[in-house]
Design a protein around this ligand. Structure first.
Ligand SMILES: *Cc1c(COP(=O)(O)O)cnc(C)c1O
Length: 389
């Protein structure tokens, strides 16, 4: 693509692949609605474009962590239901109510703030009560559920809130057979039953994230909340590869080789000289570094496709650049170094980088920095190489 030829680096975002992934996930959870989780700028893929594509492919809800992320979706003109769940005191409740956003409530402080804001706004807030069924993070403990449900019902009867959802989140859905999965489902059913007996009539009950959507059918209820799988990444290598689930990676991270040069044997490479050339060789300079989200922890280990050959980061990843030993090859300056992508050209995957950096692929894609332009592709039939097309 001509407009990408002059870029230092780019994250190509394949919106057709994202749509196809949404369709695959909807088929997996037939009977449930799908919430496209687009928090943290759609896991680094660009929230607005990805949200739009997900809705086009049949998602009916958009989910974010913070209210500011949810408000940004509305400001960008996105319709559909929008929900956000990570609130702190003083959070923009009134703005969220006025923007028709469903807000999560995990405790009394939040219920107090949202009812006050709804009274001021002169319209009811749509709230979803979150149960801590075992994750031990956000959500209301079973022991405090009666108080929260009771107060929410009182507010509902007074017309200040409408309880649209009852929901929770898994701790170990990425470990099939983990006993906590069943235990959380039992607790969730109990807490839902209690609330319904107290008069709550939720539109949606939901607990499933990507791994549960893929592997725990009895967790689908009315809605599944998919993040990572929608971006074509497996929630965990133990569960299978993206291809095993019919998913295609959406992001390709590539850079334009900035320099190719010949160096003698025994030459130290990058800060600290943690790599030394063993013979006369050629080096390629890749203009991406830890400030762009390339993990410094993958120094000496991260895989890169250069000139059609898999290479490994030689020495330290620096802030803006790293070096690969090209073993005598001399690819053209300006040719592609592909750090990860769907694999069509033999490039590594985000999971490969996660392994190299001793982390999870979620962290690899979400940390790609703002200095890397996102370049959107939207061919309904994705092709192989992006260059030369
Ligand atoms: C991030 C998040 C999700 C999506 O999780 P994935 O594993 O990426 O599908 C779902 N629900 C909540 C509450 C989340 O914070």
């Amino acid at each position: 693509m001509n407009e990408t030829a002059s870029l230092r680096a780019r994250a190509e975002i394949d919106l057709a692949a994202l749509r196809a992934n949404v369709r695959v996930l909807r088929a997996r959870a037939a009977g449930a609605q799908l919430m496209a989780v687009v928090k943290s700028d759609a896991y680094g893929h660009g929230a607005e474009r990805c949200a739009r594509a997900a809705l086009e492919a049949g998602a009916t809800w958009l989910g974010t962590a913070t209210p500011h992320e949810a408000l940004a979706l509305r400001a960008a003109g996105l319709g559909g239901r929008v929900m956000c769940w990570l609130w702190t005191p003083g959070g923009p409740w009134r703005e969220a109510i006025e923007a028709d956003i469903d807000v999560s409530v995990s405790g009394m402080w939040a219920l107090d703030e949202v009812t006050a804001a709804a009274a001021q706004a002169g319209r009811p807030a749509r709230i979803q009560l979150k149960a801590d069924t075992g994750l031990g993070r956000n959500g209301c403990q079973p022991a405090d559920w009666a108080e929260l449900v009771g107060a929410a019902r009182t507010a509902e009867q007074a017309g200040t809130v409408r309880i649209t959802g009852l929901w929770s989140h898994f701790a170990c859905a990425d470990e099939p057979g983990h006993p906590s999965i069943t235990a959380q489902l039992v607790t969730f059913r109990d807490m839902v039953a209690y609330a319904e007996k107290a008069g709550v009539e939720p539109e949606v009950r939901h607990i499933a994230n990507s791994p549960a959507t893929l592997t725990v059918p009895e967790s689908h209820f009315d809605l599944v909340r998919t993040g990572i799988a929608m971006y074509g990444i497996s929630p965990s290598p133990e569960l299978g590869t993206p291809a095993d689930f019919g998913l295609r990676p959406v992001m390709t991270l590539a850079a334009s080789i900035a320099l190719v040069k010949r160096v003698p044997a025994g030459h130290g490479i990058s800060y600290g000289h943690h790599y030394t050339t063993s013979a006369e060789t050629t080096l390629g300079l890749v203009p991406l570094g830890y400030a762009d989200g390339v993990p410094r922890h993958a120094s000496g280990r991260g895989p890169v496709l250069v000139g059609g050959v898999r290479r490994t980061v030689a020495g330290r990843v620096a802030m803006d650049q790293f070096v690969v030993d090209l073993d005598g090859d001399e690819p053209a300056v300006g040719s592609d170094a592909v750090l990860f992508g769907p694999g069509d050209r033999g490039e590594p995957s985000a999971e490969d980088w996660a392994r190299a950096a001793d982390t999870i692929a979620y962290e690899i894609v979400t940390r790609i920095g703002g200095r890397v332009p996102r370049v959107y592709r939207d061919d309904e039939t994705p092709e192989g190489p992006s260059d030369g097309s």
